[in-house]
Design a protein around this ligand. Structure first.
Ligand code: GLY
Length: 347
């Protein structure tokens, strides 16, 4: 091939690559503002976020923080100081937040602070770091003006802990997992989700993603983690790339369920990368779940649940889970929140 032809071929290839990489910037109908969150308990969370998003200049970042704060103020098994404790009877909190400019922050294994998501935001905005843990995170929060709350379990958490204590045993990890999974299948015990009578899960990690009127994305994820976990255990929620990832050029993803499995595949980052390749949010979530199931299909079917939710730059959304029972909430205007059942790998 002569030089001129080589040059032309390269130029054409360059143009094709440019148009492909710019495909995410192509003008499309945008559904905005929009907020999506994990579980049916996401409805009031979305509503709180929408209070910010309904304003022309409302920022997705403020919206996801406000949404997460909303559930951190309630008593439930899986988020905030009212959540289920670890094996020592202490509630330890994980949270992360990420904005439209690749800024991110998180806290893990933090005690006594009511709003871990807001501490995560302070880590993002006021420190050169992305993750603070344990006493260091609490100390930082107090320096930033957060109040240290007393070590008191909520009534529900105390009851759940007393129940768990009746059979509590330290076992090697595999046995701990089996013990947890039996309880999980019955819908109670150390796993975070609570099962409703019809077999649907009530809620687990609260994770939400928002697209604001300016077309910017942000995400937040907050949890007390797996109930009755080993002391010091940290899940996926505070780990950027695992429990949460936002790329403003493409989309955002977050997760709920067994954090160890999500960390193993850097789940949320993987979903965003699939969207970058042009996959729809639901297909991207499905492909990440397939990656996860492939590791050990039997275990995935019988022993745990993971669900991803994703939102792309155009306001298109989707979700996918390993097992049935995962639901998510979608809100596009004040008061119009709806709960959607996610498809799953196993039926
Ligand atoms: N997905 C929450 C956790 O595993 O802690």
């Amino acid at each position: 091939m002569n030089n001129r032809r080589k040059f032309l071929n390269r130029s054409l290839l360059g143009l094709a690559t440019m148009s492909f990489s710019k495909s995410f910037a192509a003008p499309k109908v945008k559904k905005k503002p929009i907020v999506i969150s994990t579980w049916d308990s996401g409805i009031p969370v979305n509503e709180a976020a929408m209070e910010v998003l309904k304003n022309t200049n409302g920022r997705a970042l403020d919206a996801v923080e406000k949404g997460a704060n909303n559930i951190e103020d309630t008593i439930n098994c899986c988020v905030g100081l009212g959540g289920n404790p670890d094996r020592e009877g202490r509630v330890t909190l994980d949270a992360s937040i990420m904005d439209d400019k690749m800024n991110c922050g998180g806290v893990a294994f933090m005690e006594n602070i009511k709003h871990p998501i807001s501490v995560a935001r302070k880590v993002m905005e006021d420190t050169p770091h992305v993750l603070l843990v344990g006493d260091g995170a609490r100390q930082f929060a107090i320096e930033k003006g957060f109040v240290a709350e007393p070590d008191v379990l909520s009534k529900d958490a105390q009851k759940a802990y007393d129940n768990w204590l009746k059979k509590s045993e330290y076992k090697p990890v595999k046995n701990i997992e089996l013990q947890q999974n039996k309880a999980f299948q019955k819908g109670s015990g150390p796993f975070a989700p609570q099962m409703l009578e019809n077999g649907d899960f009530n809620h687990d990690t609260m994770a939400l993603l928002a697209l604001d009127n300016s077309g910017n994305l942000s995400g937040a994820c907050t949890t007390s983690g797996m109930g009755f976990k080993m002391r010091g255990r940290v899940g996926d929620s505070p780990i950027i790339g695992a429990g949460l990832y936002v790329d403003n050029e493409v989309g955002a993803c977050t997760s709920s369920g067994q954090g160890e499995e999500v960390v193993r595949i850097a789940g949320s980052h993987l979903v965003v990368e699939f969207m970058r390749q042009g996959k729809s949010p639901e297909m991207a979530c499905k492909m990440a779940i397939e990656r996860l199931v492939k590791i050990n299909p039997k275990k995935a079917k019988e022993e745990f649940q993971v669900g991803f939710i994703a939102l792309n730059k155009y306001g298109e959304y989707g979700a996918f889970a390993i097992n049935p029972g995962f639901v998510f909430s979608v809100t596009t205007a004040p008061g119009n929140g709806k709960v959607i059942k996610a498809k799953s790998y196993f039926n």
